[in-house]
Design a protein around this ligand. Structure first.
Ligand SMILES: [Zn+2]
Length: 85
């Protein structure tokens, strides 16, 4: 998510086979975290956002909801909305 804008919420590292999550994701609902993990896991197999990636990421049933939630987080960060955490 947002790999190109320097504000990635999760980062899949195919070389080391690990996934790091932004501190911004602390406290988000579990189904949102799952969406991020599925997204980044898919990137371990498919680097870009092409059809192969979409097929993998879409296996998560709540993907659209999770993406919308994360879009909201990104929007808030871009607009300087303070976190209560
Ligand atoms: Zn991505």
């Amino acid at each position: 998510m947002g790999h190109d804008d320097g504000q990635a919420l999760g980062l899949g590292d195919a070389e080391h086979g690990e996934i790091r999550l932004s501190h911004v994701l602390q406290g988000v609902p579990e189904w949102v975290l799952d969406g991020v993990l599925v997204h980044e896991l898919a990137h371990l197999l498919e680097p870009g956002h092409g059809p192969g990636f979409q097929a993998l990421a879409s296996r998560y049933p709540r993907r659209a909801e999770a993406d919308a939630f994360l879009d909201g987080i990104s929007w808030a960060r871009r607009h300087g909305v303070e976190s209560e955490a």
